[in-house]
Design a protein around this ligand. Structure first.
Ligand SMILES: C[S@@+](CC[C@H](N)C(=O)[O-])C[C@H]1O[C@@H](n2cnc3c(N)ncnc32)[C@H](O)[C@@H]1O
Length: 278
């Protein structure tokens, strides 16, 4: 890879306006080894300090530049870059062009993945996120990237929303930093995959622990089952450092690119969150 994720996003974000004066991470005395979904920071904006949990996305998106300053600058997150570039590499190797992708970006947040896809030439990008602040932040910070951006819960998608998405003939599902940790469960992920046309593409990442045989999040079983049924074919698998934890430990994720080979049987969607999925 010739360009680093850091160079690319720093250049893009240098034009972004922010009123953040400081972002402080807890020291060792504050909290010994917080787990990933307990992490927090203190942000200072116009003289006032606010403690925000990393999983309080709504509060993070409301402050322009906080998501980028926290996860990308301080904690060196590279996932939107890594997953999108891996997708583009595989697509090109298969003789297709990123320009021909029509992507559904699940858990789109403030648009970091949309930004990457756009820079690769993808013209149709539809975002979906459960919280309205994510949509507002994407519209505020990344105008024109998403052709459409829906506020909806993928675990409980209305039938007419699903039909509208299918009608768009989207041929690629991206979902970055959204799986596990109580965000998007296997059934919602499977539902999103069912909205993508066949043949199609799937690009996502997940913390490596969630892919261990003994893990009970259901994602290891889901990937195995979808592969066994011939619904997806894994085309690329890359372990990499997603970001640093607040104490500097590396957090390893796996980026996966798969091709969608056939539609998912309805029974498999229904079973996706259940332990019966073997
Ligand atoms: C860590 S953020 C990742 C944002 C973006 N993909 C990125 O890589 O920067 C996870 C996002 O998933 C969204 N999310 C969580 N549960 C969801 C659900 N059930 N349906 C849709 N979006 C969801 C959250 O609101 C949040 O914006």
């Amino acid at each position: 890879m010739t360009t680093s994720a850091e160079t690319v996003w720093k250049e893009r974000l240098s034009t972004m306006e922010t009123s953040i004066e400081a972002i402080q991470l807890p020291g060792k005395s504050d909290d010994e080894q917080l787990s990933q979904n307990e992490e927090w920071c203190v942000v200072t904006v116009e003289g006032s300090r606010k403690r925000i949990r990393f999983h309080d996305y709504a509060s993070i998106y409301e402050i322009p530049g906080l998501y980028e300053g926290l996860f990308y600058d301080r904690l060196k997150c590279i996932s939107p870059f890594r997953v999108s570039r891996l997708l583009a590499d595989v697509v090109r190797e298969r003789g297709q062009r990123p320009e021909d992708l029509r992507a559904l970006d699940l858990g789109a947040g403030n648009g970091m993945v949309g930004d990457e896809l756009h820079s690769l030439g993808v013209k149709t990008i539809v975002g979906i996120d459960i919280i309205p602040q994510a949509r507002s932040a994407a519209m505020r910070d990344r105008k024109g990237i998403y052709q459409e951006y829906l506020v909806a819960d993928m675990t409980d998608l209305a039938r007419d929303t699903a039909q509208r998405l299918v009608a768009k003939e989207l041929n690629c599902l991206t979902s970055v930093a959204t799986l596990g940790f109580g965000d998007i469960p296997p059934k919602a992920f499977t539902t999103a995959l069912s909205l993508i046309s066949t043949p199609g593409w799937l690009a996502f990442n997940i913390k490596e622990d969630f892919l261990y045989e003994r893990d009970d999040s259901g994602f290891a079983r889901l990937v195995r089952k979808l592969s066994r049924l011939g619904v997806i074919r894994i085309e690329a698998y890359r372990r990499y450092r997603h970001r640093l934890a607040i104490d500097g430990r590396p957090l390893y994720y796996v980026a996966m690119i798969a091709s969608k080979q056939k539609q998912i049987p309805l029974s498999s969607i229904e079973e996706a969150d259940s332990p019966r999925l073997q």
